[in-house]
Design a protein around this ligand. Structure first.
Ligand code: HEC
Length: 140
């Protein structure tokens, strides 16, 4: 994803107190409950029921900001969820890549609406909603 694309989405999703920001949060919470708690646990502590089936260690994703000098690592988290962080050197991850799945969903939905070009933006918005939700789980 381009920097410009991400900046535009952040601007859209964070426009002060707007309906967009509220929707993005509730979408993030919904997506997290559906797709992430199985591994990460409801609070993000890494204690979901699927963990016993994974071979690697499960991170506590409430500590990402703390362990990054108090700054939430937005881009890294976005890329982890999207899956783009694993292109190349990180190819062995057990964390599923959601970007591709969301892009396929969006393309299918949009093909009925006659606007297929927007699939990328929709998929990114869905990942961004998750990034915001993960940010809200951070412990100080
Ligand atoms: C099948 C289990 C599984 C599911 C489902 C899963 N994850 Fe993960 N996740 C992992 C594992 C394992 C890691 C550790 C790093 C790795 O293997 O990539 C991880 C790492 C992460 C990280 C840490 C990234 C960093 O920078 O350290 C974040 C954030 C994250 N996942 C978010 C999510 C979100 C959001 C969802 C739901 C859309 C999700 N995960 C679904 C297994 C999972």
């Amino acid at each position: 994803m381009t920097r410009i694309g991400f900046a535009a989405l952040v601007a859209m999703a964070s426009s002060a107190g707007s309906a967009v920001a509220q929707d993005a949060m509730s979408i993030g919470q919904f997506e997290f409950a559906n797709s992430c708690v199985q591994c990460h646990g409801t609070a993000g502590k890494g204690d979901g029921p699927l963990v016993s089936f994974l071979t690697g260690s499960m991170p506590d994703i409430t500590q990402l900001q703390k362990s990054n000098g108090g700054v939430f690592p937005v881009t890294r988290v976005f890329n982890t969820i999207d899956g783009s962080a694993r292109i190349g050197a990180h190819g062995t991850s057990e964390m599923p890549a959601w970007g591709q799945r969301y892009r396929a969903d969006a393309a299918e939905w949009l093909s009925y609406q006659g606007a297929p070009g927007e699939a990328e933006a929709l998929a990114q918005l869905r990942v961004l909603a998750l990034v915001e939700y993960v940010a809200s789980l951070q412990e100080q």
